[in-house]
Design a protein around this ligand. Structure first.
Ligand code: UT7
Length: 340
């Protein structure tokens, strides 16, 4: 685990803009019932998901980097910045446009972020928070002034649409944030972050084929080994415990209590996971932000899209304490506390 409860002497970072983008096509639970042995009641009761957005295959405006570009432009507009102002671009995702070149390059070209260098960052569903922590380090060290961190996914290409236990969960979306240098005395800044992982849980969620372990042969493809495969019940248990632990770490690092936090933005995998964490932490659900009902689990995009929605509709106001709390395949986990 790495802990950054305190800031260096020179700089700190703050989020100055947020944006999000979604594919146009809405897929309801009823629509899934046409091809899967499932029903609306089961999905709603077990996951809280009503619908999700799915990219249209072959539509160039709904590839991962195209959605990310739309989200980034909105974040830049809110921050009052131009694409050329970005020094560093982090593309946080498990579903890149292509293995090579990296999605950051696709995005740089589409966005016209001509001055930026960048890289892809994959920590599964925790990727965007990992990306914020990474960008924060580069800003605090003085290496960059302005960073773009996108959490963007087209999970529909990795979904086994014949598996009712997983296909009902996932969706496509993009979220983005602009991070800028500020003074460590500024009230509006990142306050603390904690990252962790435990590779001993690697079997709980995997895409077996498509890396150097196994090529996507016709046999592997036929067995859906190139698609997401998960042990849902086991993930559920470890997710609840980990999310509760990391939320506690984030507030304790600042000498605070959970009752001091205005908004918790957890990874949106399943409403029941979120409710179980809130119960464990004695946290009222009216301080927990939820969008899983409308978008499903969009992996690294869940937290930035939720942040963007709550900033734009005025729920998150200047001075509010906001806590990100995430977990993902691997397993990876992390939390970050900011004052907006
Ligand atoms: O970002 C990380 C990604 N993954 C997760 O976070 C997943 C976390 N886990 C979950 O969200 C839940 O475990 C699931 C939603 C995946 C499953 O919910 P559950 O309450 O753990 O259900 P279960 O796996 O215990 O299955 C209960 C029953 C089973 O039938 P039997 O054996 O009791 O007869 C399943 O076959 O529900 C059945 N079932 C379904 N029925 C209708 C499983 N999927 C479906 C379905 N529709 N889609």
């Amino acid at each position: 685990m790495s802990t950054h409860a305190q800031y260096g002497p020179q700089y700190a970072s703050k989020i100055t803009g947020t944006g999000s983008a979604f594919p146009q096509r809405v897929v309801t639970n009823e629509e899934l019932m046409k091809t899967l042995d499932t029903n609306n009641e089961w999905i709603l009761e077990r996951t809280g998901i009503r619908e999700r957005r799915i990219s249209r295959p072959g539509d160039p405006s709904e590839t991962n980097s195209s959605l990310a570009c739309q989200a980034a432009l909105r974040a830049l507009e809110m921050a009052g910045k131009r694409p050329e102002d970005i020094d560093m671009l982090l593309f946080c995702s498990v579903s890149p446009d292509t293995p090579v070149p990296i999605s950051s390059c696709w995005l740089q070209k589409k966005l016209g972020a001509t001055r930026a260098w960048g890289m892809d960052l994959n920590a599964a569903c925790s990727s965007w928070v990992y990306g914020l922590v990474t960008a924060d380090q580069f800003i605090r060290s003085g290496y960059v002034k302005t960073a773009l961190v996108v959490g963007s996914e087209v999970l529909s290409t990795m979904t086994n649409w014949e598996d009712r236990t997983s296909a009902i969960l996932f969706g496509d979306a993009a979220g983005a944030a602009i991070l800028e240098r500020t003074s460590p005395e500024s009230p509006h800044r990142i306050l603390s972050s904690h990252l962790g992982m435990d590779g001993s849980y690697y079997e709980l969620f995997s895409v077996v084929a498509g890396g150097s372990n196994m090529e996507v042969t016709p046999e592997a493809h036929a067995q859906k080994l190139d698609k997401m495969n998960m042990k849902g019940r086991e993930i559920f248990k470890v997710a609840v415990k980990t999310l509760a632990d990391y939320a506690t770490k984030a507030v304790e690092a600042q000498g605070l209590k959970l009752s001091d936090i205005d908004w918790v933005i957890p990874h949106q995998a399943n409403l029941r996971i979120i409710e179980a964490v809130a119960k464990r932490l004695d946290l009222p659900m009216d301080r927990v932000l939820v969008n899983v009902d409308r978008y499903g689990n969009t992996s690294s995009a869940t937290t930035p899209t939720m942040l963007d929605e709550a900033v734009r509709d005025g729920r998150i106001k200047p001075g509010h304490m906001v806590l990100f709390d995430v977990f993902g395949a691997g397993l990876t986990f992390g939390s970050m506390l900011i004052r907006w």
